[in-house]
Design a protein around this ligand. Structure first.
Ligand code: NAD
Length: 696
C-alpha cells in the first residue's frame, strides 16, 4: 500500500504499511503503481516517503523467509524503476531506513533526511548482504572502506553522519516539516533537471591501495569474521573492479544466493524469529492484561539488587532499594552512582541523565516506608536461603498493597516454596536477572504453580519496559539457563581429570564462538558459587554418580575463587586476561593420579561434544517437562544470557541444523559417551530428543 498525492506538480508517494512500512508485496505494488501514475500525471518530480513513524524500515522478513520477496514487482524491479525514472526522484527519510528501505533510498536521485533518523544496511545480522544493489551503490557514495565498515557490521548511521559520509544530500531539523521540505527540494531539482544516478558514479580508490581487499580478507578485524561480512568485502571489490554496474550486481546476486542457503544465515534468521516469539504466552487466559507498573521496590542492595534498581531507574521508573543493613544500603547506592558515572565517562550518558537516574532511586531500611506500600512490583534479591526468602516474602506480604507483584530473583529455589510464606501465592513469581543485571539483556520470568495469568503478563511487560529479553519458564532447579549449564561445567572438570589443562577445555569453546570457555566463565562468576551449591546439595556425598566437585573443591579450598582473588583456573595477577598457571596444572595432575586415572590426549572435537551435548540433551528435558514454553525460547536464553554465538542460532538450533548429522547423530554420540562414562547420568537421552531424532 502507498498513498499518492499531487502537490503542485510534485507526486508525493508515501508507503503505508504499518507499523514499520516493511516492503512486502502490497507496499511494493503501491510504489510501482505510484511511479507509473506520476509519469501519467506528467509530474515534475517524485517524493518517496513513509506514512506514520518511518521510511520503509526494511524487507518483510516473514515474506522473505517464505520466498515471497521474489514475486514481482520485486525490490530490484522497483529500484530499476526509480533509478531509471525520467523525472527526478527524492527520498524523504524519517525514522529508520534500513536494509531494503535504504536500498530504495539509494536508488533515488536525491535524499533528504530528518535529524534524529537513521539509515543502515543491517543484512549481515541475518547472515546476508544487501541484495538489491546496496553493496554496489553505497561504495559509490561513501568510498569502499566506509561502505565495507557499515555493511560488514550492519551499523546504523544518524542523519548528521549520513550527511558527512555523503549518503544523503540534505539534513533538516527535527522541528521542520519533512514533507514540505522534500516537496520544496523536489521542485528545486526539477527546475534544475538535476538527476544524480548513483550507479553511474565511479567507486573511489581505497586509500590502502590495490591490495586493500586482499589484505582485509586475509586479516579481518574481529567484528568482520562472519561469512556475510567477508562476502561484503567481495561484493564491494566487485563494485570497484567489475567492467560494468550490471556485472557488479550479478556478483552481488551470486554472493547473496550462496549466503541465503548457508548455515549461518539460517541460524541468524532463526535467532531473529526466536526473539519475536518469546513474548507470546502459551495458554494465557483471554483478555488478560498486564497491570500498570509505575514504581518498584527492590529488597537487598547487594550485587543483584543494585543492578536491578538500575534497570528500573534507567527505564524511567522510580525505585526504592530496601536493605536490612544500613551500610550495605549506602554501599549499594554508592556503587550504582559509580556505575552510572563510569557509563557517563564513556560518553553513553550525560551528567544530567546520571542525576535523573539517581534521582529515581530512593532508599529505606523499613517496610513501613510509604514507597513500600505504594510499589506496583517488589523484587527481592536478598541472600539465597529459603529462610531469608521466607522472611522477606512474609514482610512484603504484610507491607505491600493488594495487586503488587511479589517477585524473587532466586537462582535456585522453588517458587512455590518461596510463595508459601505469603497469603497470596498467586502474586508471587520469579524474575531471574543475570549478573550484572544492568548490563545483561536476559530475564527469566519464572511462574510458580499458583502464579496468576495477570502476574505473568505483568512480569513479561516489565521485562519489555526494562528493555530485556524476557523468557517465561516454570520452576525447577536452575530454571532454563543454569540447569542446562550444569552438565556443561561438569564435563569441563571431567576433561581436566582425564587429560586437559584449563586452556585445552576453554579454547575449543572459544573457537566455536562462545565469548569464553566454561572454566574462564567459572573464574569470572566466582568458583565459590558452585562450591556453595555443591555443599548445599550434599553433592560430595553422592556415590553412584561420578563425583565432579573434587577438583573444583580443592581449587576453592586453596583460595582460588577466580578473578576476584586474582587466581582461579588461571592466573589474573596481570589483569583480566587468563594466563596459564603451572600450579593449577600440577594440582590437576596430582588429582588425576589420586583418582588412578591415566591422563590422555583429548581432541578439540571431543571437548566440544563433551561440553555441548549434555547442554542440548538437558535442553530437550527442559522442554519435555514444560519448563520452557518452546524450543526457540531456549535458544534465546542462551543467545542473551550466555553469549552463545548468534551465527549458530542457539544450542537447540545448532543441534538440529548446525551440527553434522543433526539429531540422529547426536543421539548416537550420546550413546557412545554413555558407554564410555556409565557413571554419568546426563548422557541418558531425553525421550523428546529420541522422538525428535526419529522424525528427523
Ligand atoms: P549479595 O550478598 O550481594 O546481596 C544480598 C543483599 O541482601 C545484602 O546487601 C544483604 O544485606 C541483603 N539482605 C539479606 N537479607 C535481607 C533481608 N532479610 N532483608 C533485606 N535485605 C537483606 O547477593 P546477590 O549476589 O546480589 O544475590 C541476591 C539474590 O540474587 C540471591 O537470591 C541470588 O541467588 C540471586 N542471583 C544472584 C546472581 C549473581 O550472579 N550474583 C545472579 C542471579 C540471581
Amino acid at each position: 500500500m502507498a498513498t499518492y498525492l499531487l502537490r503542485n506538480r510534485v507526486a508525493l508517494l508515501r508507503v503505508a504499511a504499518p507499523p514499520v512500512n516493511s516492503l512486502g508485496l502490497a507496499a511494493r505494488k503501491g510504489i510501482a503503481d505510484g511511479l507509473l501514475r506520476a509519469k501519467a500525471d506528467n509530474a515534475s518530480a517524485v517524493v518517496l516517503a513513509g506514512e506514520g513513524k518511518t521510511f520503509p524500515a526494511g524487507a518483510d522478513i516473514a515474506e522473505f523467509a517464505a520466498g515471497g520477496h521474489l514475486t514481482s514487482p520485486t525490490l530490484g524491479d522497483l529500484i530499476e524503476q526509480l533509478e531509471g525514472s525520467e523525472i527526478p526522484t527524492v527520498a524523504a527519510i524519517h525514522g529508520t531506513a534500513l536494509g531494503g528501505g535504504m536500498e530504495l533510498a539509494l536508488a533515488c536521485h536525491h535524499r533528504i533526511m530528518q535529524a534524529g533518523s537513521q539509515v543502515g544496511l543491517p543484512e549481515v545480522h541475518l547472515g546476508l548482504i544487501p541484495g538489491a544493489g546496496g553493496t554496489q551503490r553505497l561504495p559509490r557514495l561513501v568510498g569502499p572502506e566506509r561502505a565495507i565498515q557499515l555493511m560488514a557490521t550492519g551499523a546504523s548511521v544518524k542523519a548528521e553522519r549520513a550527511l558527512a559520509d555523503g549518503i544523503v544530500d540534505e539534513v533538516i531539523t527535527k522541528e521542520q516539516n519533512l514533507i514540505e521540505c522534500a516537496v520544496e527540494y523536489a521542485e528545486k531539482v526539477a527546475a534544475e533537471a538535476s538527476m544524480r544516478v548513483v550507479s553511474s558514479l565511479p567507486v573511489p580508490e581505497p586509500s590502502g591501495g590495490g591490495s586493500f581487499y586482499a589484505d582485509l580478507r586475509a586479516n579481518p578485524p574481529k567484528e568482520m569474521r562472519a561469512d556475510a561480512a567477508l562476502a561484503v568485502v567481495d561484493a564491494v571489490e566487485a563494485a570497484a573492479t567489475s567492467g560494468s554496474f550490471a556485472e557488479g550486481l550479478r556478483r552481488e546476486a551470486e554472493l547473496f544466493e550462496a549466503l541465503s542457503v548457508s548455515t549461518q544465515a539460517k541460524a541468524r534468521q532463526h535467532a531473529f524469529f526466536a526473539e519475536r516469539q518469546i513474548g507470546k504466552i502459551v495458554g494465557l487466559g483471554k483478555g488478560v492484561k498486564p497491570r500498570p507498573v509505575a514504581s518498584a521496590l527492590v529488597v537487598g542492595a547487594g550485587t543483584m539488587g543494585q543492578g536491578i534498581a538500575m534497570c528500573f531507574a534507567s527505564a524511567g521508573l522510580p525505585v526504592t532499594l530496601l536493605d536490612s543493613n544500613e551500610e550495605a544500603l549506602a554501599r549499594g547506592v554508592a556503587t550504582v552512582r559509580k556505575n552510572y558515572e563510569a557509563t557517563a565517562k564513556k560518553g553513553r550518558l550525560t551528567s544530567e541523565q546520571v542525576e535523573s537516574n539517581m534521582g529515581r532511586i530512593g532508599t529505606t531500611t523499613s517496610y513501613d516506608d510509604a514507597s513500600v506500600r505504594e510499589a506496583d512490583v517488589a523484587v527481592e534479591a536478598a541472600f539465597e536461603t529459603l529462610e531469608v526468602k521466607h522472611a522477606v516474602m512474609a514482610a512484603l506480604d504484610a507491607a505491600c498493597k493488594p495487586g503488587c507483584v511479589l517477585a524473587t530473583n532466586t537462582s535456585t529455589l522453588d517458587i512455590d516454596a518461596i510463595a508459601s510464606a505469603t497469603a497470596r501465592p498467586a502474586e508471587v513469581v520469579g524474575m531471574h536477572f543475570f549478573s550484572p543485571a544492568n548490563v545483561m539483556p536476559l530475564l527469566e520470568n519464572v511462574r510458580g504453580t499458583q502464579t496468576s495469568d495477570e502476574v505473568i503478563a505483568t512480569t513479561m511487560a516489565i521485562g519489555k519496559a526494562l528493555r530485556k529479553k524476557a523468557v517465561l519458564a516454570r520452576s525447577c532447579f536452575g530454571f532454563i539457563g543454569n540447569r542446562m549449564l550444569e552438565g556443561y561445567c561438569r564435563e569441563a572438570i571431567y576433561l581436566l581429570e582425564e587429560g586437559c589443562v584449563p586452556r585445552q577445555v576453554d579454547e575449543p569453546l572459544r573457537s566455536f564462538g562462545m565469548p569464553m570457555g566454561p572454566l574462564q566463565m567459572c573464574d569470572l562468576a566466582g568458583n565459590d558459587i558452585g562450591y556453595k551449591v555443591r555443599q548445599g546439595l550434599g553433592l560430595h556425598e553422592v556415590t553412584t554418580e561420578r563425583y565432579y566437585g573434587g577438583l573444583a573443591d580443592t581449587l576453592v579450598e586453596g583460595g582460588r575463587l577466580g578473578q576476584k582473588t586474582k587466581v582461579g583456573w588461571y592466573d589474573y595477577s596481570a589483569g583480566r586476561a587468563p594466563v596459564d598457571d603451572p600450579e593449577v596444572a600440577s594440582m590437576i595432575e596430582k588429582h588425576s593420579a589420586a583418582l588412578g586415572m591415566t591422563r590422555r590426549e583429548i581432541s578439540a572435537d571431543e571437548v566440544l561434544d563433551r561440553c555441548l551435548l549434555p547442554m542440548v540433551n538437558e535442553g530437550f528435558k527442559v522442554l519435555e517437562e514444560g519448563i520452557a514454553q518452546r524450543e526457540s525460547d531456549i535458544d534465546v536464553v542462551y543467545l542473551y544470557g550466555y553469549g552463545f554465538p548468534r551465527h549458530r542460532g542457539g544450542p537447540m538450533h545448532w543441534a538440529r541444523h548446525g551440527r553434522d548429522g543433526g539429531l540422529p547423530k547426536l543421539v548416537d554420540d550420546l550413546a557412545k559417551y554413555a558407554e564410555q562414562h556409565p557413571q554419568v547420568s546426563h548422557w541418558k537421552p531425553s525421550q523428546l530428543l529420541l522422538d525428535e531424532a526419529a522424525k528427523a
